[in-house]
Design a protein around this ligand. Structure first.
Ligand code: APR
Length: 341
């Protein structure tokens, strides 16, 4: 058992500076709307980064976000982070939303997940109503926030959030490409028996049937993936990536993936809060890049405090570009539909 002097030494080991002094992120605040599996794991990752002053978690279920916030907060002494975690229930008319005021970033995870056999598109009607209501409250209570959408169907919910908030397009983006790329990278690394850090992959397009994995841009230790695996094997991994979410839904049976998705969303929020300038695949408004205009689509973009600084075009082979254009048209048709939901 530690004696008192040991305990004092241990306490002195804790950083004596404040969070903002250590990170330079002066009082940054991030809100996660929806305290389900995706939202609670995202809040946990954000808190454990220990770069935000405050993480707010909200949900329509009374007590759930408060309970998770208390529980997470009690892990601080073990995990060694200082982030303040606040849980708040919200009502149908925006009750409780004052808590999100001054958020730098809001992540919307509210909405139903898939069940086995469902496509993300099957969630369109029900999640559109939820996301619209959430967006209107975000616009009212956190009008300067950058909004990261993760509710499905992702591309359509991102477009709807921009319309319902009325925010500049650069300030509303969706999480898909970081996750899809992470899945592709994992499958390649496992296939070749190499560390994930040596693999670079890329996926563009939609977060659904028209996802466009981009093998021509994939490398392993700097060598083209196309030199390391036969075309049929790459196609197999591409297919598994496209069905990566469904594979997990089929196993879980009662919900969808959340560990890798929350890692992806938290990483995006951190890039925005840190104004990092990282170039990562996200769902954002495309305006002329790749010859595509006027649609929310998965592309690479440079992230900063204002959300998306710019879309970064990547060289694509003809078949990949054709697939990206096809994805854009498929998503465009559905994004028009959400206006009426
Ligand atoms: N405001 C806030 N929270 C809401 C609202 C709302 N208007 N409507 C529903 N919620 C909450 C639910 O009460 C629930 O706690 O959203 C949470 C959703 O949690 P889960 O059912 O666990 O779903 P999860 O796995 O977190 O997925 C959330 O992310 O990946 C997508 O397809 C997935 O659309 C789904 C979303």
């Amino acid at each position: 058992m530690a004696d008192e002097s040991t305990a004092i030494v241990a306490r002195e080991d804790f950083p004596s500076t404040t969070l903002t002094e250590r990170t330079g992120l002066m009082g940054k605040k991030v809100t996660v709307v929806g305290a389900g599996f995706y939202g609670s794991t995202t809040a946990q990752r954000l808190a454990e980064y220990d770069v935000f002053e405050t993480v707010v978690l909200t949900d329509i279920i009374e007590g759930k976000p408060q309970g998770i916030a208390l529980d997470l907060g009690q892990s601080r002494a073990v995990e060694g982070f200082e982030t303040n975690i606040v849980g708040q229930s919200t009502g149908p008319n925006g009750e409780g939303y004052e808590v999100i005021a001054d958020s730098d970033v809001v992540i919307i995870t509210a909405g139903l997940p898939r069940k086995p056999g469902m496509s993300r598109m099957d969630l369109l009607g029900v999640n559109a109503k939820i996301v619209r209501q959430v967006s209107q409250n975000v616009a009212k209570y956190a009008p300067e926030a950058v909004v990261i959408v993760v509710s499905n169907p992702l591309d359509e919910m991102t477009a709807l959030t921009q319309i319902a908030t009325g925010f500049p397009r650069q300030r509303v983006l969706g999480q898909a490409g970081v996750l899809d790329t992470a899945r592709f990278t994992t499958f390649v690394a496992d296939e070749l028996g190499v560390p994930v850090r040596s693999v670079k992959t890329l996926t563009l397009g939609s977060h659904g049937a028209t996802m466009v994995p981009v093998p021509s841009q994939c490398t392993v230790d700097g060598k083209p993936l196309t030199d390391l695996l036969p075309a049929e094997k790459i196609e197999e991994l591409v297919l598994r990536t496209r069905n990566g979410g469904a594979e997990i839904v089929g196993l879980l049976k009662t919900g969808s993936a959340y560990y890798a998705p929350s890692a992806a969303a938290a990483r995006m929020a951190k890039a925005v809060a840190e104004d990092s300038g990282e170039v990562i695949p996200v769902c954002t408004w495309v305006n002329g890049e790749y010859g595509i205009s006027g649609v929310y689509l998965g592309v690479q973009a440079e992230l900063g405090a204002e959300g998306v600084r710019r879309v970064v075009e990547t060289p694509l082979v003809d078949s990949e570009l054709a697939a990206l254009k096809e994805a854009a048209e498929a998503v465009r048709a559905k994004q028009v539909d959400v206006l009426d939901l």
